[in-house]
Design a protein around this ligand. Structure first.
Ligand SMILES: Nc1ncnc2c1ncn2[C@@H]1O[C@H](COP(=O)(O)OP(=O)(O)OP(=O)(O)O)[C@@H](O)[C@H]1O
Length: 334
């Protein structure tokens, strides 16, 4: 398998001026990822841990107050890796939507509320597909919707005429018009009822199957990861703390935080009270020293509060940043 998206030591912070004082929110703080082709790659973690910010940086779109301070984001072109952060706006324009696309949180923001869905599709196609007249572009849009099992007549609707779930599916269709190799999807099922959620997830899976591309799926909902992610990482306070195949993550979670996330999931027939992580997520302005989870961790030792654990491969393909694991391997990985 080939790498399609890679992050190296990414640090991206929000830099704010609050009452005349500088406030720095360390939303993405030293993230390394190596994402392979043909999979659904899940990013999980509590609200506010930096998932959305990480997706923005992977899309090489850091608008103020967000600033990228360090690191690289690589896209694969033919057999070489391009650092997206160093590309100029024209090079990036060519890669966006054809190589990498982004489905933001909340589909309403994607469409112009006073224009038909058709006009957003046409604007999009006109800026990316050359030498085609309007009628041909419209036919492309209709064909794409049909391929995804959606009715072409949706193009004639105004955004407010569609249900939240249908609008989300149409926004996914828009983001995948040009068959991107990587799709970044940010909480695509938030605020949808379970039936609409299922339809959106089925659509994402169908697209992944058709294009054999990679979907990077951000959601705090571990149930969704269990259902559709093939590989996943857990994020805590701006860092990746565990990585494994989804099956391995759920059957053999290492990090105490991951165990809380999994144990808080309801299970049919199990009436025990679900346990979630005690306390609150830490401040990203002044994160705790050592392992950022230590103030909430029942297994923390003195070492955890003073020194940050390395991200260590404990078993094949299963990595964790926790002093409870990895023994002598700490210090040999970065
Ligand atoms: N535009 C912004 N300006 C300042 N701070 C921001 C901005 N966007 C996000 N943050 C802060 O950055 C941190 C990470 O936020 P982010 O949205 O990336 O987290 P998340 O894990 O995606 O959470 P959620 O699921 O709630 O969106 C939070 O502390 C958040 O308050």
């Amino acid at each position: 398998m080939k790498t399609v998206l890679k992050a190296e030591n990414l640090r991206a912070f929000y830099v704010l001026q609050v009452a005349g004082r500088k406030k720095v929110i360390q939303a993405v703080n030293g993230v390394n990822l190596d994402i392979q082709e043909d999979q659904v790659y899940g990013i999980a973690g509590e609200s506010g841990c930096g998932k959305t910010t990480l997706l923005k940086v992977l899309f090489a779109k850091a608008d103020p107050p967000l600033q990228i301070f360090e690191g690289a984001v690589y896209y694969r072109e033919n057999d070489s890796l391009l650092n997206a952060i160093e590309l100029d706006s024209e090079q990036m324009r060519k890669l966006r939507w054809t190589y990498i696309s982004y489905i933001p949180q909340g589909s309403m923001s994607v469409f112009n509320p006073v224009k038909k869905i058709k006009s957003t599709f046409l604007d999009f196609l006109q800026s990316h597909v050359q030498n085609r007249v309007k009628k041909e572009l419209l036919a492309l849009a209709e064909e794409h919707l049909r391929k995804l099992g959606l009715y072409p007549r949706l193009l004639d609707a105004y955004p407010h005429q569609l249900s939240g779930g249908m609008r989300q599916r149409v926004s996914i269709a828009l983001a995948t018009l040009l068959s991107p190799r990587v799709i970044l999807a940010d909480e695509p099922t938030t605020a949808l009822d379970v039936v609409a959620q299922r339809a959106v997830l089925q659509l994402l899976q169908e697209i992944q199957k058709q294009l054999k591309n990679t979907i990077v799926l951000v959601t705090h909902d571990m149930g969704i990861h269990a259902n559709i992610a093939t590989h996943m990482v857990i994020m805590y306070a701006g860092k990746i703390v565990e990585e494994a195949s989804t099956e391995e993550m759920f059957t053999n979670p290492f990090h105490p935080y991951t165990r809380y996330l999994i144990n808080s999931l309801p299970r049919i027939g199990d009436k025990r009270v679900r346990e979630s992580a005690p306390g609150n997520p830490p401040s990203l302005v002044d994160p705790p020293p050592g392992c950022a989870f230590h103030p909430r961790c029942p297994e923390a030792t003195e070492l955890c509060s003073s020194k940050q654990p390395d991200f260590v491969e404990v078993s094949a393909g299963h990595k964790v940043a926790c002093w409870l694991y990895g023994g002598a391997n700490h210090g040999t990985f970065t």
